[in-house]
Design a protein around this ligand. Sequence first.
Ligand code: GUN
Ligand code: ZN
Length: 443
Amino acid sequence: MCSEKAKNQKMNLETRAYRGQILFFNPQTSTMQKPDLCWYQDGLLVIQNGYITAIGSYQELFPTLSSNILIHSYKHKIICPGFIDTHLHYPQTEMMAAPASDLLPWLENYTFPTEAQFSDPDHAAQVSTIFLDELLRNGTTTALVYGSVHKTSVDCFFQQSAQRNMRMIAGKVLMDRNCPDHLQDTAASGAQDSADLIERWHQHGRQLYAITPRFAPTSSPQQLQSCQELAQSFKDVFIQSHVAESQAEIAWVKELFPSYRSYLDIYDQFGLLRPRAVYGHGIYLDHTDWERLAQSGASVSHCPTSNLFLGSGLFDAQRALAAQASFSLGTDVGAGTSFSMLKTMAAAYQIARLQGHYLNAFQLFYLVTAGAAQQLQLPMIGSFAPGNEADFIVLDDGAIPLLARRLQKNMPLEERLFSLIMLGDDRCIQATYIAGQCLYQRT
Ligand code: GUN
Ligand code: ZN
C-alpha cells in the first residue's frame, strides 16, 4: 500500500461521526435576549483527533464522508455541547447538604473543617477523582473550580483533570485572615504559590488557572494587592471570587472595608474586574455595580440551588440583562445541592419566575453552553463549529419514565427542552465526550 493511502486510512480511523438530533447556539449571532439556535433534526457531528471537523444535516454531510468512517447513531437523542459550570468548590464535594442557618455559620462549622483535610495530597487526589466523575456523569465538561488554600489541592486536581484531558479552570484559594490559623496563607506565600501553579498549569494542555481570593472578608488589603499584581503579570488567567451573597456577609464586609462604595467596588479598586473575572452570586448588587460589571467585562455566576439552600436571596437576572452585564450559571457545590446543570437551570428558572421574570429553555441552554464559553473567552468550546474542541454530551429525554410520558410527538422543541430541564437529572445524560473520547456512558 502506498504510504499516502496508509496515512489517509489511519486518519480516517481516527475520524468518527455521531448521528442524532443536534442542538447548539451560534456564539457569533446569539445574545442572552435572543439565542441563535442551530438545530438538526437528523444531524451529523464529525470528529477527528479530538476536534470537530464538520457539522450539518446527515443527508448533506454523509455523502461527503469517506466510506470507512465509523458512524455512531444516537437515534432520538440530542447531541449538544457539554455543559459549563462557572462556580463550584471541589473540596466541598463530600460536605454537600450540610445544614446551617446562613452562609457564615455554614463556612465556619462545615466548610473550613472540611477544607482543612486537603493538605493531604492522597485525600485531594481521591476527592478530585470523585468530583470529576460526578461532573462527567452530569454532562459538565468545563468548570471554574475552587481548590482549598493548600497548593497541593490544586496540583492534585489538575493532575486528575489533565489525565482525563478535561478543559478545567481552577485556582488555589487565597485567605490570609478571618479563618482558622491552619487555613491561612500570607499575601506573600499565597502569591508565590499562585504564581508557581500558573507557571505549572496554566495552558498546560487544556488546563487553565484562576487567581482565587476566596472573598473580601478573608483577604487583607495586602493580599488583594498581591492579586492585582498577579493579574497584571498574568494577563490571560482567570479571576474568581464571591460577591454580595448574603446580607450578614455584606454587613461584615462594610465593617472590614468601610471606605468602599460597595462590596464589588473593593474588587474594582484592586483591579480585579476584567474579562475572565467571574464573581459568584451577585445577589445584592446595585445599578452602579451592574454597570461596572458590564463596562469591565467581568461577569457573575448565578448559583440558584446554593442561594435557595443557604437562604441567601434571589438573583435578579432581569437587572443584569437591563445593564447588559453578563451572567452564567454555577452549581456552587457544596452549598449548591446538585452537580446537575439541568437542575441548576430549573432552579434559575424558578428564581426568575418568583420575580416576575421569564427565562425560556433556549436561554437556559445557551447560558450553560455558548453563553458561558463567550463570557470565559473560550471560543473553542460551548458550540459546534469546525475547529472546536469536541466536548459534547448525549441527552436522553426518554431515560426517566415520568419525562418519557411527558414527551409527545411533534412537541415544540422549546417545550421538550423545558420539560427536560424541569424533570431531568443525571439519568438523562447518556454519554459525555471529552475531546472526542467517550469518558462516560450511562449503563
Ligand atoms: N463565600 C466565601 N466562601 C464561600 C464558599 O465556599 N461557598 C459559598 N457559597 N460562599 C462563599
Ligand atoms: Zn462558592
